[in-house]
Design a protein around this ligand. Structure first.
Ligand code: PBG
Length: 341
């Protein structure tokens, strides 16, 4: 008697479709292309600076004069867009440089548009990199503004006014897409209103609609020199435990006029990406593969514990499979090179 008796009737054997590379390629359900990627850039004051971020090997802070070459390299790799983060010269309670025409981001936008006009320039709009306290909005300090609101409370509606100014200032400098990231209630509507009022009705909004209060932003706060000086961001960023609330946030941002949506971080929240895509398939969805996700893979690869190329391409493909159309990632340049091989 033979040791195993297999059924004689036709039975599905998925392995038949995995035998050769071409067969696997023909049947692959998810594509990953350089055209799906958005590369974050950190810009700082000074000249001739390319400073590596210690906790993010291979990622740099750039001075504006060094951006032209970098932008051309990014565009040359087939990456269609960058998102800019600024480290200002000076910080203050309001973050005045955030909406100055000579601010570091405004200069960077002009430099990039001059060097690589086809590159889509997205700007992150938030207060945290610009305020001396490092919070994402104006604060209720010493009760002087609103005695009934808690001390240190991030003032919602006063912050909206500043966000509107920042968005208009970025649009004036030539930004193509405005991406508010502060999780302030009403931010999309306020920015839409300010842009329209400033005759920037043609500038779309990519909303960080679902942004969790995540430990995975740690290395970014080194990169952007923006950790909160006290407290945390749990009063405005979402609880990592919540998925239903994510759909509520998305519904609000759509009602306020968001053109594109984002979920952030990406890898620990693939279920949220999937839920948002299923609920709103008609909206372009981006996912932010954040600094901590990058640093984890990078550290493991540097220790020889993971094959960097395979692990990165697998992670990015998984984010696309979950439902993201676009991925903001620090791996973008490497991934674009590997995909072209
Ligand atoms: C806020 C902002 C943050 C990130 C993008 N925009 C930091 C935060 O909310 O604390 C994080 C990005 C990353 O970790 O890569 N301006």
């Amino acid at each position: 008697m033979s040791s195993i008796s297999l059924p004689k009737f036709p039975v599905s054997r998925p392995r038949r479709t995995r035998l050769s590379a071409n067969l696997r390629a023909m049947l692959r359900e998810t594509e990953l292309n350089p055209g799906d990627l958005i590369y974050p850039l950190f810009v700082r004051p000074g000249e001739n600076i390319q400073r590596e971020i210690v906790s993010m090997p291979g990622v740099y802070q750039w001075s504006v004069d060094r951006l032209a070459a970098e932008a051309q390299e990014i565009a040359g790799l087939g990456i269609p867009a960058v998102i800019l983060f600024g480290i200002p010269e000076q910080k203050d309670p309001v973050g005045l440089e955030n909406f100055s025409s000579e601010g570091v981001v405004q200069q960077a936008i002009r430099a990039i548009k001059a060097a690589a006009p086809q590159l889509v320039v997205i700007t992150d709009v938030c207060l945290c990199e610009y305020t001396d306290h490092g919070h994402c909005g104006l604060l209720n300090v010493e009760g002087q503004r609103h005695p009934n609101l808690p001390e240190g409370y991030v003032l919602n509606d006063e912050t909206l006014e500043v966000l509107g100014k920042v968005a208009v200032s970025h649009a004036q400098a030539g930004a193509d897409v405005i991406a508010p990231s502060g999780m302030i209630d009403g931010m999309v509507g306020a920015i839409r209103g300010a842009l329209d009022h400033g005759q920037f009705e043609h500038i779309p909004i990519l909303s960080y609609a679902v942004k969790f209060a995540s430990a995975f932003y740690g290395p970014f706060r080194d990169a952007a020199e923006s950790p909160p000086k006290f407290g945390d961001r749990k009063s405005h960023q979402m609880d990592p435990a919540n998925r239903g609330e994510a759909l509520r946030e998305v519904a609000l941002d759509i009602a306020e006029g968001a053109d594109m949506l984002m979920v952030k971080p990406a890898l620990p929240y693939l279920d949220v990406i999937s839920a948002v895509k299923q609920a709103y398939p008609q909206f372009p969805l981006a996912a932010y593969n954040v600094s901590g996700e990058y640093s984890m893979l990078k550290a493991a690869a540097q220790n020889g514990w993971l094959d960097e190329r395979a692990a990165v391409l697998e992670a990015l493909t998984a984010i696309r499979r979950a439902g993201a159309d676009l991925i903001l990632t620090y791996h973008a340049k490497d991934a674009a090179r590997w995909l072209a091989d």
